[in-house]
Design a protein around this ligand. Structure first.
Ligand SMILES: Cc1cc2nc3c(=O)[nH]c(=O)nc-3n(C[C@H](O)[C@H](O)[C@H](O)COP(=O)(O)OP(=O)(O)OC[C@H]3O[C@@H](n4cnc5c(N)ncnc54)[C@H](O)[C@@H]3O)c2cc1C
Length: 373
């Protein structure tokens, strides 16, 4: 195999977006994945993109979401122009429901100048007459957006190919070959990959690579099940309640998500999961009791013992980098994650400490994200 500038392990949304960003900046990139492409967490997700203002983000965690939110419109247009694939990016708006006794993130949203509006029950009847408001405070975010994950992944992959990125599918990386503090190559079932730099974006399968580098953070799979309903209701906004959501996809299709289950690498679905999600959907929108369940699927999120992703250079190698552990936020933070990696490889300033996400879990700043999903 011809030596490359950069080898990326894992063609989920994080690996693909990183490959795209680097290839645009003239790096020769190869992307290796153990499976056939794009059926992992990145494919399974809901594609919710919360709003944000990167210049006012309170900490790097919030910067990651806010910066990505600012990049998505231009990125989507760019991918459309390159590939003719529309990733479905749309500012559909979102309604967040919080129990009355719980504090919402109003102060944080206001500090970041995120546009939001507290909605009383009368206005809610106009905005979404189908929603059962019950005992919740309702906040409206007109700038909340969504994308269609499978289309976004396809558009990224096609753009990468046009930029000369080489894809090796069905190829599992099994080991790291090192000399001193430098990685010489990656071992696979079909041969050795050599390059100047190596990036691990292996999602929930990242644990062995981290262990190899002596990094203590645990990355583990957290299964999320999802339902696709067919319903004639004219819904527009995303509805968020705790860790659950309803995402209208248009054309009478509605996503309902999601469970959080620690069941190892078991990527199946269950009858309980289906029942649970259907009940959540009907509690929020009683008319869904007539909706048809069209499909059920699941994905394995990369959970992190640190509660933040790991992004940056390995402390044990000069030319090995990680971007993993994005848990529930991998899609919405993928463009800024790619930007951090590019800034490190190109020795550029980014306005945030680009090694922040590799530091220990005892971060000094508050890490709470402003949006759950
Ligand atoms: C049901 C559900 C709903 C979600 N909704 C949202 C949402 O609305 N918004 C949001 O931002 N996020 C959401 N997420 C989370 C998001 O999908 C993940 O955080 C994100 O997809 C993680 O991307 P990734 O590229 O790190 O991992 P993955 O998509 O898992 O990709 C990792 C890739 O690495 C490959 N790989 C692993 N090990 C090796 C190896 N040894 N050799 C070669 N290849 C390897 C795997 O085959 C895989 O393709 C959701 C997730 C789920 C499951």
């Amino acid at each position: 195999m011809e030596s490359q500038d950069v080898i990326i392990v894992g063609a989920g949304v994080i690996g693909l977006n990183t490959a795209y960003e680097l290839a645009k900046n003239k790096f020769k990139v190869s992307l290796v994945d153990q499976f056939l492409p794009y059926r992992k967490a990145s494919w399974a997700g809901a594609g919710i993109i919360p709003p944000g203002n990167p210049n006012l983000a309170a900490n790097p965690i919030n910067w990651l979401r806010a910066k990505s939110s600012a990049i998505f419109p231009a990125l989507s247009a760019e991918l459309l122009q390159c590939t003719n694939i529309n990733n479905g990016y749309s500012k559909c708006g979102g309604l967040e429901l919080t129990p009355f006794y719980e504090e919402s993130n109003e102060l944080g949203w206001a500090k970041e100048h995120i546009v939001f509006e507290r909605i009383n029950s009368l206005d809610l009847k106009t905005l979404n007459p189908h929603l059962n408001p019950r005992d919740y405070k309702t906040t409206y975010f007109p700038e909340m957006a969504q994308i269609r994950n499978p289309r976004h992944l396809k558009a990224l992959a096609e753009s990468c190919k046009l930029l000369g990125v080489r894809f090796y599918n069905d190829c599992k990386i099994t080991g790291i070959m090192k000399k001193g503090g430098r990685v010489l190559g990656l071992e696979s079932e079909t041969g050795i990959f050599t390059a100047d730099q190596f990036i691990i974006t292996a999602g929930p399968w990242s644990a062995d690579f981290l262990k190899h580098e002596g990094i203590e953070t645990q990355i583990f799979p957290v299964r999320g099940q999802m339902l696709l309903l067919q319903s004639p209701l004219p819904l527009k906004e995303i509805i968020l309640k705790d860790k659950h959501y309803i995402v209208p996809r248009g054309e009478g299709l509605v996503l309902v998500g999601s469970t959080e289950e620690e069941v190892g690498f078991n990527g199946g679905t269950t009858a309980e999961g289906k029942e649970h999600l259907f009940k959540i959907a009907c509690d929020l929108i009683p008319e869904f009791s007539n909706a048809k369940i069209i499909e059920q699927w699941s994905g394995l999120r990369p959970g992190s013992s640190k509660s933040t992703p790991l992004i940056g250079k390995s402390p044990a190698s000069d030319n090995l980098y990680f971007a993993t552990g994005h848990f529930r936020q991998g899609l919405q933070t993928s463009p800024a994650t790619a930007l951090i990696l590019k800034s490190i490889l190109m020795h550029e300033e980014l306005g945030i400490d680009n090694q922040y996400f590799m530091k220990s879990s005892e971060q000094t700043e508050p890490n709470k994200p402003l949006f759950q999903s």
